[in-house]
Design a protein around this ligand. Structure first.
Ligand code: NDP
Length: 241
């Protein structure tokens, strides 16, 4: 039986590439999304991957969503990719508290809600892979992104702590920190700002969603059992720890 993988925010952008790559690697894949029914329908039609709509910033919705996916795919979710994320940028002195709350809830709290929803079944199975999509801007800090940088930096601590808690149960927990990847999130950046961004990337271009997906497939593999609590940076050389 193929292992079941669930990708949050898996109908567009990096998540869509991750879902497709996992499917191509032989996993039984389900994806989640929040609002864009049109994109989800098109994604499902083209890929044959089932899509499930719920808001990952809502803990009860995460619990119900995971239950539904497990029932419909008849098994334990063994690979969880916490990918969905949003930005609501502005300098901190202008940032309304609701934009802080929304970004922290969607980008960080969701990792807790989703991991909590799958962890008992993974512990029982003595196997699991949790892969959290953070960001280079959580490593660097970015102007206009105190909310996003804080949430994405929080993922690193969450990843390491949970990795320690689950290691003896055959569950690995890792983070991926992409730099600038060509998705809608990044394509909305103004042209003059984009020029400056590109000049700071040694590889000289944006990354492709498939280049992040490749790393997820690597970390999801049974053979990746000895890699846990780690962050894999995928940023074209823009930030080297
Ligand atoms: P996109 O905006 O292209 O796609 C986001 C996906 O997340 C969509 O499927 C969206 O669903 C879903 N989503 C958003 N909010 C929620 C929610 N509350 N509940 C469920 N699903 C939700 O994003 P990217 O592909 O660019 O980014 C994916 C991840 O990678 C994010 O965590 C982002 O922070 C991170 N990242 C991206 C970088 C980049 O350069 N693009 C760089 C570094 C990190 P819907 O279609 O319904 O809106």
């Amino acid at each position: 039986m193929p292992r079941i993988a669930l990708v949050t925010g898996g109908t567009r952008g990096i998540g869509a590439a991750i879902s497709i790559a996992l499917k191509n690697a032989g996993y039984n894949v389900a994806t989640n999304y929040a609002t864009r029914d049109d994109a989800a329908r098109e994604f499902a039609k083209v890929t044959g991957i089932s899509t499930y709509k719920w808001d990952i910033s809502d803990p009860e919705a995460c619990r119900q969503g995971v239950k539904m996916v497990s029932e419909e795919l008849s098994g334990t979710i063994e690979i969880l990719v916490n990918n969905a994320g949003i930005t609501k940028d502005s300098a901190m002195h202008k940032m309304p508290p609701e934009n802080w709350d929304a970004v922290v809830a969607t980008n960080l709290n969701s990792c807790f809600y989703m991991s909590k929803a799958v962890i008992d079944a993974m512990r029982d199975k003595k196997f699991g892979r949790i892969i959290n999509i953070s960001s280079m801007n959580g490593q660097l800090g970015q102007f206009g992104q105190t909310n996003y940088s804080a949430a994405k930096a929080g993922i690193f601590g969450f990843t390491k702590a949970l990795a320690r808690e689950t290691a003896s149960r055959g569950i690995t927990v890792n983070a991926i920190a992409p730099g600038y990847i060509a998705t809608e999130m990044v394509k909305s950046i103004k042209e003059d700002v984009m020029k400056v961004i590109l000049s700071g990337i040694p590889v000289g271009r944006l990354g492709e969603p498939e280049e992040v997906a490749r790393a997820v497939v690597f970390l999801a593999a049974d053979e990746a059992a000895f890699i846990t609590g780690e962050t894999l940076s995928i940023n074209g050389g823009q930030y080297m720890e």
